[in-house]
Design a protein around this ligand. Structure first.
Ligand SMILES: [Zn+2]
Length: 180
């Protein structure tokens, strides 16, 4: 998910080198359910670091591995000074509802109102394999659910009306077909 407010871009050269390419709709990898992570090794640590660099360069608050072409159950969320790594996440409990504007780094510049639970309890491993229980609310709950959906090949436009969803799909397909 992108963030709305401006932030300083990090133009560090090392960061630029480790940045991954973000896949945009209709890239088929976005529709594919991701595979659980079984091996918590140095490669995973490095990959999560590169995801973080990619998300920060894109002014994002969340990024899921399928969005960088890797069908693995890994997502990261950073918002309001808090940072989360969600590996093999599982939704344990949800409460209440919220409606708010949502975007996605795989749909640049497109925002829509989406209704989601207002509070969630999520179990997930971090990049070292440690199990955590996260209880988050408001925008963080929205970001968690948005990124966790990506791991099931589900996109935020699926919560919209067929008309709105169709308009966004057409726009994205035209963009993908346009010469660069
Ligand atoms: Zn997204």
């Amino acid at each position: 998910m992108p963030k709305h407010e401006e932030r300083d871009r990090m133009d560090d050269e090392v960061l630029t080198q480790s940045v991954l390419q973000i896949r945009c709709f209709p890239d088929p990898v976005l529709k594919k359910p991701a595979e659980p992570v079984e091996c918590f090794d140095a490669e995973l640590l490095d990959f999560v670091e590169r995801m973080r660099a990619t998300m920060r360069m894109s002014d994002g608050v969340g990024l899921a591995a399928p969005q960088v072409g890797e069908s693995r159950r890994i997502a990261i969320v950073e918002y309001d000074g808090r940072s989360f790594v969600l590996i093999n996440p599982r939704l344990l409990e949800q409460r209440d509802e919220q409606t708010g504007e949502e975007g996605c780094l795989s749909f640049p510049g497109i925002y829509a109102e989406v209704r989601r639970p207002a509070w969630v309890r999520v179990e997930a491993r971090d990049e070292r394999g440690e199990l955590h229980i996260h209880e988050v609310e408001g925008f963080l709950a929205r970001a968690f659910l948005h990124e966790m959906d990506h791991l099931d090949g589900k996109l935020f436009i699926e919560y919209l009306s067929p008309l709105k969803r169709g308009m966004i799909r057409n726009k994205m397909r035209k963009r993908a077909a346009a010469p660069r």
